[in-house]
Ligand binder design. Structure first.
Ligand code: HEC
Length: 258
């Protein structure tokens, strides 16, 4: 029996190590930090591609007016389940810089799947001028760049509340309970019903925030989706191998005892 136990331990220990590598490390959280349930944080969960696609709709319709997503190209949208034809159509809807013409003048035209996401402003200075001096950061890696990650960004989007009576607000800033210092240069971007979904999902502020954060989490960690799929297969394989090893062991030793 001890032999069997160590055999099982030998097979299960690596499985546990693999399993723990697949889980997202816990993040330090303040009390105010919302604790949303994210598809991508569950060990055996799959990435919620429908939510990510709705989130892309929100990014395109709302956030992209101020925020760039420089690290993404339209073809990357295959990662959230868009088909090549859909990607072509999406890209064609955006006008992007296309180098220079024969005279050396900057040229613009419809984006292709190979184009980088369209940026709303030509440069940081123009971005600041349009936003009361505040710079809307590029959102490509924002979920990884902020303590609290997805929960923090969700907290910002749902954190607009009236300032406490005694709170002194600076002009042109907005009160946000999640933002450090509580005064943010971004006007509240989402409310109930800001977008219209085609898949029948409700458009509460919470739902919209959840979806766009799912999209931004994918944008910052596109390999998560793939890792989820591979991870489940690895664990299934290990379970299968455990069974097989045990069966072989019984077969091999069955004669010895008699
Ligand atoms: C009207 C322009 C505008 C829109 C639309 C907008 N933002 Fe912002 N956003 C800003 C500006 C400006 C800042 C910088 C605020 C500051 O520095 O105080 C900012 C900051 C942020 C930050 C960083 C907060 C931090 O911790 O530094 C996040 C995250 C963010 N926006 C997400 C979004 C998302 C998601 C959307 C779409 C749902 C969106 N924004 C729509 C202007 C905008």
């Amino acid at each position: 029996m001890p032999k069997l136990r160590s055999l099982l331990a030998g097979v299960f220990a690596p499985a546990l190590v693999v399993a723990s590598l697949l889980s997202v490390p816990a993040m330090a959280q303040e009390d105010a930090m919302p604790r949303e349930k994210w598809s991508f944080e569950k060990l055996f969960g799959t990435f919620d591609l429908a939510a990510a696609q709705r989130g892309f709709q929100i990014y395109s319709g709302v956030c992209s007016n101020c925020h760039s997503l420089k690290l993404l190209h339209y073809r990357d949208l295959s990662g959230i389940g868009l088909e090549p034809e859909q990607i072509k159509a999406v890209a064609a809807g955006f006008t992007v810089p296309l180098g220079t013409d024969d005279q050396g003048n900057p040229k613009e035209g419809p984006a292709t799947p190979a184009s980088a996401f369209r940026s709303p402003f030509a440069n940081d200075k123009a971005a600041r001028v349009a936003n009361n001096g505040a710079l809307p950061p590029d959102l490509s890696l924002i979920v990884n760049a902020r303590e609290g990650g997805a929960n923090y960004v969700y907290g910002i989007l749902t954190g607009y509340v009236p300032a406490p009576a005694a709170f002194k607000m600076q002009d042109g800033l907005y009160y946000n309970k999640m933002y450090p210092g509580h005064q943010i240069g971004m006007p509240q971007p989402l409310q109930d019903g800001t977008v219209e979904y085609t898949d029948g999902t409700g458009t509460s502020l919470d739902q919209e925030a959840h979806d766009v954060v799912t999209f931004l989490s994918w944008a910052a960690n596109p390999e998560t989706v793939e890792r989820k799929q591979i991870g489940v297969r690895v664990v299934l394989f290990l379970v299968f191998m455990t069974g097989l090893t045990y069966a072989v062991k019984r077969k091999v030793w069955s004669n010895v005892h008699h």
